[in-house]
Design a protein around this ligand. Structure first.
Ligand SMILES: Nc1ncnc2c1ncn2[C@@H]1O[C@H](COP(=O)(O)OP(=O)(O)O)[C@@H](O)[C@H]1O
Ligand SMILES: [Mg+2]
Length: 252
């Protein structure tokens, strides 16, 4: 008995140690990169001999703004993740019409990235689900952001819904970089990013899918991925249908 406990303790300790070192390396990279860019541009702009035409000036200021947004998002996600860990995520569960929410999120995505084409595959009379509107939006937003970010060449996505006996399933598919089977096992864990050099060089702290999983599971649903490396990925999550849900108003 003692022997089993010891092996488990060691495995847990090792996992915690790995997570700590992943945390430090991801966070330091995610902090250092935008700070270096902001500092570099700010010092160029502050030089008395900087003779930039308005277009060059504008592009540098936009870069500074984007990097500040990146830092802001990182801090937001870190706070979100620590709230999840502390069990303090409050939810406001209401009957929710998914098509309106989906169309709103897609409209915003297309305003931000007009070169991305999105195909919507929503069946008529989709049942109402019981969910927290802002949190479901957060999940969709994260999945769409990933689908765009990890599809550098073929920027076409499909957002589909289907219905089972108890649930509505929402799927986001891309024809991007795909994820190896080995990475698929870990990507919903905090700070895990695929061990591929190209992905490591893209911005991200590996918190988005962890947050998505916590939100979906708090609704009594599931989230999963099907993917083939170099071909694309489909991320799906389920939410309980209104007549089947037995949810308290505040979860966690
Ligand atoms: N649509 C996708 N295509 C390929 N890889 C993906 C996709 N979505 C997520 N991943 C992989 O899962 C990892 C974790 O995703 P996420 O938690 O959103 O963190 P981040 O995007 O900040 O790296 C990513 O680093 C990437 O390796
Ligand atoms: Mg992400």
């Amino acid at each position: 008995m003692n022997g089993i406990l010891n092996v488990r303790d060691i495995t847990r300790e090792r996992e915690e140690e790995e997570q700590r070192s992943r945390f430090i390396s991801v966070i330091s990279h995610e902090l250092q990169t935008p700070i270096a860019i902001i500092k570099g541009y700010a010092s160029t702009l502050a030089r008395s001999d900087a003779m930039l035409d308005p277009e060059a000036l504008r592009s540098r200021l936009i870069a500074v703004e984007e990097e500040a947004d990146r830092l802001n998002k990182l801090v937001g996600n870190l706070l979100y993740a620590s709230r999840i860990q502390a069990g303090g995520l409050q939810m406001e569960i209401v009957p929710l019409e998914l098509p309106r929410l989906i169309e709103g999120v897609v409209r915003r995505l297309q305003a931000k990235s007009p070169d991305v084409s999105v195909t919507l595959d929503l069946p008529p009379n989709l049942p109402t689900v019981m969910a927290d509107r802002d949190r479901v939006e957060e999940v969709l937003q994260n999945l769409l952001d990933n689908a765009v970010k990890y599809s550098p060449r073929q920027r076409s996505l499909t957002l589909a819904c289907s219905v089972t006996g108890d649930e509505v399933i929402v799927s986001v598919s891309d024809v991007g970089m795909g994820i190896s089977l080995r990475d698929q096992e870990h990507i919903f864990n905090r700070f895990h990013r695929a061990s591929n050099g190209m992905i490591q060089s893209m911005p991200g702290a590996g918190l988005g899918l962890y947050i998505c999983r916590a939100i979906v599971e708090a609704h009594g649903g599931h989230i999963w991925v099907e993917s083939t490396l170099h071909e694309g990925s489909t991320f799906s999550f389920s939410l309980p249908r209104v007549e089947k849900a037995h949810l308290p108003m505040v979860v966690f």
